[in-house]
Design a protein around this ligand. Structure first.
Ligand SMILES: *[C@@H]1O[C@H](CO)[C@@H](O)[C@H](O)[C@H]1NC(C)=O
Ligand SMILES: *[C@@H]1O[C@H](CO)[C@@H](O)[C@H](O)[C@H]1NC(C)=O
Ligand SMILES: *[C@@H]1O[C@H](CO)[C@@H](O)[C@H](O)[C@H]1NC(C)=O
Ligand SMILES: *[C@@H]1O[C@H](CO)[C@@H](O)[C@H](O)[C@H]1NC(C)=O
Ligand SMILES: *[C@@H]1O[C@H](CO)[C@@H](O)[C@H](O)[C@H]1NC(C)=O
Ligand SMILES: *[C@@H]1O[C@H](CO)[C@@H](O)[C@H](O)[C@H]1NC(C)=O
Ligand SMILES: *[C@@H]1O[C@H](CO)[C@@H](O)[C@H](O)[C@H]1NC(C)=O
Ligand SMILES: *[C@@H]1O[C@H](CO)[C@@H](O)[C@H](O)[C@H]1NC(C)=O
Ligand SMILES: *[C@@H]1O[C@H](CO)[C@@H](O)[C@H](O)[C@H]1NC(C)=O
Ligand SMILES: *[C@@H]1O[C@H](CO)[C@@H](O)[C@H](O)[C@H]1NC(C)=O
Ligand SMILES: *[C@@H]1O[C@H](CO)[C@@H](O)[C@H](O)[C@H]1NC(C)=O
Length: 743
């Protein structure tokens, strides 16, 4: 036990002035203030434990805690609302931090040592995190020491005043002489008071069925979910909201929590006997047990907590603002994205050079600016990627498919000029799945040990492939080099980075954390080296739609389900936490393969146009004359709407889970343009469609309609309080899009 100076070492209290006193430390009473939120905690002078006081609407004072009967088994810290609970010391609830010492024991006593308040926000080494300059964000760091061992901890809190957000993370430093293990680590940990009718809203689903809203009461005991897939997964997203049962899209309190992480995770709300609700969001304990060697420091992923007093829409808008301004570091985050055509659903892996060149040429003729060659371009006989049984890992173009050379093919494609854009050549994009390997590959034969495996247990195949252990430095080097070689081969403007299976034989629990550090290193390297490329994440659709990867690239493929009716629900669910500008959405062919459903080209376009990255995913040769005739109008609509989707404010006006007439709205950043997408799923004899009421307008201003759907000029008050009555016809799956301009 080395000399830990105790509680006398209070550092100088300070306030981060540049950020408008966002953080004040009054002795060891800490107040963090955003535009519409306060977060308060203090150091208990007797126990030196960090005690949570408030996370909610603006407050000015510390109030006395709830009086809880101290008798029975539940005593001491069990009845206190805590900031960073460890194991032992009278708390029966789940801990935020659980450490195994070198001797196998697991009790710790992390006590307040000192704190520091600073402008700006330090980076977290090797991990994605929010950022901001010193005018926008300030940070409180609290050092803790273990009173009985040489383990130290540091908690970091950063306040983003405009987003009503707190970003939190922690570090554990091992100053002991033996290795310790992090068994459990929650990046966000907070004890809410007894909120009697508290509910949880989470995003559950599966492949082609991602991120459906599921809302249920918090019961006594544990209410939560986790991913054990090694990745974020389609099954559960690493986001959830808590709110009283009365909270709606536009009214009531809501707390949103999001983890900036792509590995396995756990989200938990534990309602205890005293009614307090412990909220934990962080690593999945099943995939933790992370060794920290003597002298080393462990860094947790970062988590974000957001408070809204105006319902779920405002909570989502705060997430969108934070993630666009202070998480996604790509300089394309605020750029309109080119309309693209992706070859996957048009031809899958079945094509040759002349088919794929034809599709590229037809894309240009249709006025589409970016052609994306999906899977099927790499691997050599006998491992040519002509179907999904071979080739992953062999990132060299297939010489049989491209007999004139791949560079030549890229030149040909980028030589086509885009119709009605005389000065613009077609851009070329390419698909990769760099973290994977087929046993049918040269790579696997040379490096079978690079695939994730556990001793001599069988290596479970999914989609005929295995996961490379990206935690290994040699695998990181391999991926960086093989992707770079292709990118240096021609003028490539876009990469779709796919990942089509979960992890099975994870040799040690910590392998998932190590993998993520390696993967972030690779993606950081490539996105830094090729900043002009538009990078899009993908994982069998939306299996890794998370804030971790959105740090590095501006967009992610939302779902492999391109049925516009299903997509509407998936996109609305995704919008709870993620900006529409970060979603990739395409018009597919009909009848749609997965659902056998047909919708009009305009319904499909309207659903996809509400996303930042709009495109088509079909073979142009399959377009009907009517569909083809609609494309110029769709591109014209895209031209007008995309800048507003990229930087505007988004409102869910009515969600498809609750109505036959779902609708969404954007307001441009300058407040002058409003665009509404409205849908009618099935014609109904009765009842009539409810009026469509807009939100967020200036009640006193007048707005004139573009005349597409209805004519005239209306006050903001009328549009918000009376709404408009859209005139729907009698066929199923109708859609409308209209603009309103502030006068
Ligand atoms: C900190 O807050 C407590 C109430 O929780 C109060 O008793 C105490 O005086 C405060 N300390 C300072 C230095 O303001
Ligand atoms: C820290 O440990 C010492 C014994 O080493 C004990 O006397 C003291 O009460 C402990 N401090 C706290 C705050 O628990
Ligand atoms: C962070 O977000 C704020 C808005 O909340 C914005 O003003 C600021 O420029 C962002 N910081 C950076 C470094 O982009
Ligand atoms: C660990 O030990 C080093 C050297 O003795 C010391 O500088 C450092 O403050 C200690 N760290 C913690 C967390 O106690
Ligand atoms: C993004 O950064 C790259 C490299 O600094 C630069 O070439 C490019 O023009 C920037 N793009 C935008 C949209 O700012
Ligand atoms: C390429 O595929 C198309 C369509 O299957 C076929 O008509 C054509 O003959 C093929 N071309 C070559 C060179 O194999
Ligand atoms: C995949 O392609 C190989 C090589 O052409 C062929 O032998 C094999 O039958 C194909 N497998 C499937 C499942 O299509
Ligand atoms: C390897 O490829 C052959 C031929 O396509 C196929 O039959 C076999 O199933 C593949 N093996 C694996 C492990 O995918
Ligand atoms: C690469 O393509 C982009 C987009 O079409 C174009 O702006 C750029 O000039 C091209 N660069 C080269 C070196 O041809
Ligand atoms: C990317 O990785 C390569 C190969 O390891 C290395 O040479 C280069 O310095 C790295 N670049 C960045 C920006 O990390
Ligand atoms: C190109 O512009 C002409 C004239 O405005 C229009 O008739 C045609 O439909 C446009 N074509 C495309 C592919 O947008």
């Amino acid at each position: 036990m080395a000399g830990f100076k105790a509680w006398a070492a209070l550092s100088t209290a300070g306030a981060a002035l540049a950020a408008g006193n966002a953080i004040t430390a009054d002795g060891t009473n800490f107040t963090m203030t955003a535009e519409g939120m306060s977060y308060l905690f203090h150091v208990d002078p007797e126990t030196l434990d960090l005690t949570h006081d408030h996370f909610g609407g603006p407050t000015d004072d510390f109030i006395a805690p709830a009086n809880v009967d101290p008798n029975g088994w539940v005593t001491g810290l069990s009845n206190v609302r805590r900031e960073f609970p460890d194991i032992g010391r009278s708390d029966f609830r789940l801990p935020a931090i659980h450490i195994t010492h070198g001797d196998g024991s697991t009790v710790t006593a992390l006590l307040y040592e000192s704190h520091e308040v600073m402008d700006g926000k330090p980076e977290i080494p090797g991990l994605p995190a929010t950022f901001g300059n010193s005018d926008d964000v300030s940070t409180l760091q609290v050092k803790l020491y273990d009173n009985y061992s040489d383990i130290g901890a540091m908690l970091s809190y950063s306040v983003f005043p405009k987003s009503n957000a707190i970003a939190r993370s922690f570090q554990i430093t091992n100053n002991c002489s033996e290795t310790i293990h992090i068994e459990r680590g929650s990046s966000f940990s907070i004890d809410l008071p007894n909120i009697e009718d508290l509910e949880m809203l989470e995003l559950a689903g599966d492949w082609a069925n991602e991120r459906h809203r599921v809302r249920h009461p918090i019961r006594y005991g544990e209410t939560g979910f986790r991913s054990t897939t090694g990745y974020t997964s389609h099954l559960h997203n690493n986001f959830f909201a808590l709110m009283p049962s009365t909270t709606t899209e536009s009214a009531g309190e809501a707390w949103g929590f999001g983890l900036i992480w792509t590995g396995s995770f756990q989200a938990m709300a534990e309602k205890f006997s005293n009614g307090f609700v412990r909220v934990l969001l962080g690593l999945n304990p099943l995939h933790s047990s992370i060794p920290v060697q003597p002298g080393e420091t462990f860094y947790s992923p970062e988590a974000v907590g957001i408070y809204s007093s105006k319902g779920l829409n405002e909570m989502s808008q705060s997430f969108h603002r934070l993630y666009r301004n202070n998480l996604s570091r790509s300089n394309k985050t605020f750029s309109t994205r080119p309309v693209l055509l992706n070859s996957w659903e048009g031809v899958y892996n079945d094509y040759n050079a002349s088919t794929i060149e034809r599709i590229a040429r037809q894309s240009a003729e249709l006025g589409i600016s970016l052609f994306v060659n999906d899977d099927g371009w790499f691997g050599k006989t006998p491992y040519a990627r002509v179907n999904d049984t071979a080739g992953l890992g062999d990132w060299t173009p297939n010489p049989d498919r491209f007999p004139n050379g791949f560079a030549n093919y890229i030149d040909t494609a980028t030589g086509y000029s885009v119709a009605n854009a005389s000065s613009r050549d077609l851009q070329f994009g390419l698909w990769f799945e760099p973290e994977m390997v087929n046993p049918n590959s040269t790579l696997y034969h040379e490096h079978p040990d690079w695939a994730m495996h556990s001793n001599n247990y069988p290596r479970t195949l999914t989609r005929n492939q295995l996961v490379l252990n990206v935690g290994l430095p040699e695998v990181q080097e391999f991926i960086i080099n093989s992707v770079s070689e292709i990118l240096d081969m021609g003028n490539i403007s876009y990469i779709k980075w796919d990942n089509n299976r979960g992890m099975h034989e994870i040799a040690t629990p910590a392998a998932d954390y190590n993998y993520m550090l390696g993967m972030y290193n690779v993606i950081n390297n490539l996105t830094t080296r090729y900043p002009d490329i538009l990078w899009e994440g993908c994982a069998s659709g939306g299996g890794r739609f998370d804030a971790g990867l959105l740090h590095y690239w501006p967009q992610s493929w939302t779902s492999d389900n391109n049925d516009a009716v299903d997509r509407l629900s998936i996109q609305m669910g995704t919008s709870l936490a993620y900006p529409l500008s970060s979603m990739g959405c395409h018009v597919g062919e009909v009848p749609y393969g997965l659902t056998d459903r047909s919708t009009s080209i305009w319904y499909r376009a309207h659903v996809a146009l509400m996303c930042g990255s709009f495109g088509f995913e079909l073979d142009p040769a399959h377009l009907s004359p009517d569909e083809e005739a609609a494309i110029p109008g769709i591109l014209e609509a895209w031209e007008k709407v995309n800048p507003i989707v990229i930087s505007g404010t988004f409102y869910r006006l009515a969600i498809p889970d609750e109505t036959n007439w779902p609708a969404v709205q954007f307001i441009s950043e300058d407040g002058k343009t409003v665009v509404v997408f409205a849908f009618m799923q099935k014609p109904m004899v009765k009842p009539a469609a409810p009026p469509l009421k807009m939100q967020g307008l200036d009640p006193a201003a007048r707005y004139s309609s573009d005349g597409e759907v209805f004519a005239g000029s209306y006050s903001g008050a009328t549009l918000m309080n009376a709404g408009v009555n859209l005139q729907w016809g009698t066929t199923e799956f109708q859609s409308m899009m209209f603009f309103l301009y502030k006068e």
